[in-house]
Write a protein of this length. Sequence first.
Lengths: 136, 136
Amino acid sequence: MTAADALDQQLWDLVYAYDAAYDRAARAVGLSAAQACLLDALTSGPRAMGELAAELLCDASNVTQLAARLEGRGLVDRAADPADRRVKRLSITPAGRQVHRAVRSAFDFPATRLGRLTGPERQQLAGLVAKMLAPG
Amino acid sequence: MTAADALDQQLWDLVYAYDAAYDRAARAVGLSAAQACLLDALTSGPRAMGELAAELLCDASNVTQLAARLEGRGLVDRAADPADRRVKRLSITPAGRQVHRAVRSAFDFPATRLGRLTGPERQQLAGLVAKMLAPG
DNA sequence: TATTGTTATACTCTATAACTATA
DNA sequence: TATAGTTATAGAGTATAACAATA
């Protein structure tokens, strides 16, 4: 196994652990991971359905259904945009914020994994990740 | 936003990009991500259904169905263990190996993202990830 | 009696195509 | 006519419970 292969495998393991932890956190609160993601996308403000589909990399019809389930539980709110009545803006309700905080709280990856790194190590990691994700 | 929050967000973005890239790679070859994962788990050798369920963090009945779809396409093979006939060992077929290689090939995250790092930077990253994932 | 895997069933995720309402 | 979103539908992922075969 070459060094490059070893790093590939490490990254796979890291992502695997991250995804598993997020899924557990969402389920602990009674949400699916997809529902938790949608809720998370709304914490920074209301979004049109189409914006959400682009952000979540899925079809608009999927957002409709995810939103319907969350709305049925009182976690999100749907409202027509006064400027363009075709547009529906989804927003998170106070109950939704509370559930979202519960997911964040149950998500233990940052504490149990990132928490092992020292301050300077985190600085290093931030630099490396920024380089990998930089646009272009 | 604190520095810790910023790193949390960066890691989220990294995992998001990784997952999206893997999903695209699997679909480009006509597989779902879950099917590609199962195939990947078999590349190091045959596995009992129960072992696979543990490895994939899902129920055994789920493995049964994933395996049935892959078997229907000739990508995996099911055989009863001679020593304990309750156990079914799943193995990858030559066609399955070929498809698995195609997924690996289409998975561009290592090339486009990890590929931006220099040799010493990869060494650094490997050390940091190892520290995060170390057992215990 | 305990264990391995499958089947039956139900719910969620997801996409495509057809549709409604608005622009 | 074009766009935003919904509805109908279908396939895939997933889990629970009941079951069959084997130990």
